[in-house]
Design a protein around this ligand. Structure first.
Ligand code: ZN
Ligand code: ZN
Length: 322
């Protein structure tokens, strides 16, 4: 054999492709039902889009992107996450139209590229299906996205999915929380892992979801963001929980759900299923009410979800085995 596939990527063989097709068809069908339209964006974007949208200090931008210079000297990056390209396309093609009240609902199924340490369900090219609802602040839309995701898992036979829910606040209330978090953690800064010592300065919220045991023990005593939300965020979070209660969707409040990306505001959530390591989610998402303005559009609230298809298929296999 002269050639092998590059490290961290996978062939999907004829014997497996049926399950992929089934999962993709199930997602498409649900999106049709919920009135989301498909969008297909290019495999690569200007690097700057991901840097600006996802955040310079995030793991994705800091160390996981596949970035290259093309023959014209442009810096391009393979799709590093699902939302930023959709928002770029939404703005560039004026999908909003003339009606400021319109909610634009889009979905995608696409490969995502991350230079990540390869492990079960984590590949350097993995596949995501995602949905974005653009143009509404209503907590009911957050609930819709969550419900759509749960129905997807359930239709694939993955029944024991746990919804972990949090609010990460907004530019009005998060800075106060970050200050409180830093002053609580500061005396033990030397005991944190090296990554967290860096995050303390660059991205303090990420200390909360560190997998290091010592860090986790220290974070046990950290102040809780959802106790320090501004009235607007608190009201939004309370309404979302009420809506989920009405829909009979169980959830667990988890202050460590902060997501790895800078653009999240208010709602943040993850789905955890048996079959993958503890805390290894099969999908997640949240609100990003500032992102569209950051990308040069008018202030527009939005909420979305991204689901890892490789992990979903692992969870499905585990569910079938029991
Ligand atoms: Zn707030
Ligand atoms: Zn740490």
């Amino acid at each position: 054999m002269l050639y092998r596939r590059p490290r961290g990527v996978n062939d999907i063989l004829p014997s497996e492709v049926g399950r992929w097709q089934q999962a993709e068809a199930t997602f498409r069908e649900l999106c049709r039902l919920y009135r989301y339209d498909e969008i297909r964006t290019p495999m690569f974007e200007d690097t700057e889009l991901f840097v600006r949208a996802v955040g310079e200090e995030t793991d994705i931008v800091g160390k996981e992107m596949y970035t290259f210079t093309d023959r014209g000297g442009r810096s391009l990056t393979l799709r590093a996450e699902g939302t930023a390209p959709v928002i770029r396309a939404y703005l560039e093609n004026n999908l909003q139209g003339q009606d400021p009240k319109r909610i634009t609902k889009l979905y995608y199924i696409a490969p995502v590229f991350r230079y990540d340490r390869p492990q079960a369900g984590r590949y350097r090219q993995h596949h995501q299906c995602g949905a974005e609802a653009i143009g509404s602040l209503e907590p009911a839309v957050d609930a819709e996205i969550i419900q759509l995701s749960l129905r997807f898992f359930s239709k694939l036979g993955i029944k024991e999915v746990t919804l972990l829910l949090n609010s990460v606040g907004c530019p009005a209330c998060r800075p106060g929380y970050v200050e409180a978090l830093k002053s609580q953690v500061a005396p033990q800064l030397g005991q944190l892992c090296r990554e967290c010592q860096r995050r303390f300065e660059t991205n303090p919220l990420r200390m909360l979801d560190c997998k290091n045991e010592t860090c986790q023990a220290i974070m046990q005593n950290a102040p809780v963001l959802r106790d320090m939300l501004c009235p607007d965020c608190a009201e939004h979070f309370a309404q979302l929980q009420e809506t989920l209660d009405v829909l009979d969707v169980p959830y667990t409040l988890d202050p460590t759900i902060v997501r790895g990306l800078d653009y999240y505001t208010k709602t943040a959530f993850e789905f955890v299923a048996p079959g993958l390591g503890a805390k290894d989610s099969i999908g997640g998402g949240g609100r990003y009410d500032e992102l569209i303005e950051q990308c040069g559009g008018p202030p527009t609230p939005a909420v979305g979800v991204g689901i890892g298809l490789e992990r979903v298929l692992i969870a499905q296999e585990a569910a079938n085995a029991t």
